[in-house]
Write a protein that binds this ligand. Structure first.
Ligand code: NAD
Length: 354
């Protein structure tokens, strides 16, 4: 057996249908009395309902959380924190809202209770990305790790079917790459395999019926595990390609992940037999990249990068850009293999293991 290091996550997790009913008890448990509730403008109503439900334990709402955590928005929220002597941050929403809560925690060390409503998984990581003057910088620090996460399945029922599918496959990509990460370990292997199984079985059911509570519970459970994978191990080729495509050509994050994942996995497959065996078991298919490609289709995700508006010429530039500053990868990065991978991902063709 290979030597390993495992860092446990100290966050308390409460999971269930209607789990947010326990929010007041969680606030009291932390000994807090003056919460600030964060959301996006789109979820301001949900945040207001939460404020009402916790009966005098909140002192303010801030409903301007924005994608990629702009520093100017955090400055505005900090004014609310200081004016109201806030002693707790409550974030209800996806990665954008959770990012704002983390940015406040980074500056103040205030405790956080998070109620995730997407499958992005930020609540399980000590990673924070912030944007200033058009530049995104990322840091990893335990200061931003939330103290409590309440996974209330009911809060995810309103996530639109299309976004549920791509957000779910984006999460699944974290588990897939955790299985062959340089710093993988046996505990994360178990979680990643179970995460892939839970996501792959639930996402097509949600695409058919977004109100299916049992499928929603499975997906949220899977998303929790995927978040732990992201927070615990490094990433490789798949994430590198997505960062290049997303960062350079401004393509949507979750859709890009769902298109590239089968192809990146097919590239790495010959070098990671143990990971492929776990994935085949989780996906109940002897060709895991093809099973992921079929899954993307079942949830209605776009097929190829050209469907997102990327030109063939720009797609052809991606391997060169990725090779300029590569991430560690289990299979050495070879130009010809990456060219073929990107050509197929652009055209929306099935993945090929070469
Ligand atoms: P998001 O938080 O940007 O949400 C997208 C939109 O969907 C928002 O308008 C939101 O209000 C709405 N929404 C969310 N949940 C809903 C629900 N249940 N019903 C109806 N509408 C809902 O999307 P996201 O994909 O969760 O987060 C993306 C951001 O998170 C990116 O900035 C990404 O970089 C970041 N992220 C960070 C980490 C980390 O570890 N730091 C991990 C994953 C993602």
């Amino acid at each position: 057996m290979q030597d390993f290091t495992y860092n446990g996550i100290a966050t308390r997790v409460v999971f269930g249908n209607g789990a947010s009913e326990g929010l007041s008890a969680e606030i009291d448990r932390l000994g807090c009395r003056r919460a600030l509730i964060l959301s996006t403008p789109q979820q301001a109503e949900q945040a207001a309902q939460l404020a009402e439900a916790i009966d005098g334990r909140s002192v303010a709402l801030f409903s301007n959380a924005t994608m990629h955590t702009p520093v100017a928005v955090t400055d505005d929220a900090m004014a609310v924190v200081n004016d109201n002597a806030v002693d707790l941050i409550i974030s209800i929403g996806g990665g954008s809202t959770i990012g704002l809560g983390k940015a406040i925690a980074l500056r103040t060390d205030l405790p956080q209770i998070v109620l995730p409503t997407t499958y992005a998984g930020s609540e399980m990581t000590s990673i924070i990305g912030q944007t200033e003057n058009g530049r995104k910088t990322t840091q990893v620090t335990p200061r931003v790790q939330p103290e409590v996460v309440i996974y209330d399945v009911d809060l995810t029922l309103s996530l639109p079917a299309g976004m549920s599918g791509t957000s779910g496959i984006n999460a699944l990509a974290h588990a897939v790459e955790a299985l062959y990460a340089r710093d993988r370990n046996p505990v994360i292997d178990l979680m990643a395999q179970e995460a892939v199984r839970a996501m792959a079985q639930s996402l097509p059911r949600i695409a058919q019926d977004p109100g299916d509570r049992d499928a929603r519970a499975q997906a949220l459970y899977g998303a929790w595990l995927c978040g732990i994978c992201l927070g615990s191990t490094g990433v490789a080729l798949h994430h590198k390609l997505c960062h290049v495509v997303g960062g350079t050509f401004d393509l949507p994050h979750a859709e890009t992940h769902s298109i590239i994942l089968p192809h990146a996995l097919a590239y790495n497959a010959p070098s990671v037999p143990a990971a492929m065996a776990r994935l085949s078991a989780a996906l109940d298919h002897d060709d895991a990249p093809l099973a992921l490609w079929n899954l993307a289709s079942a949830v209605g995700a776009p097929r190829g990068l050209r469907d997102l508006g990327l030109s063939r010429e720009d797609a052809a530039r991606v391997p060169e850009l990725a090779l300029e500053n590569p991430y560690w990868n289990p299979r050495p990065l070879e130009r010809s293999g990456l060219d073929g991978l990107m050509a197929r991902a652009w055209a929306g063709e099935a993945p090929i293991q070469e």
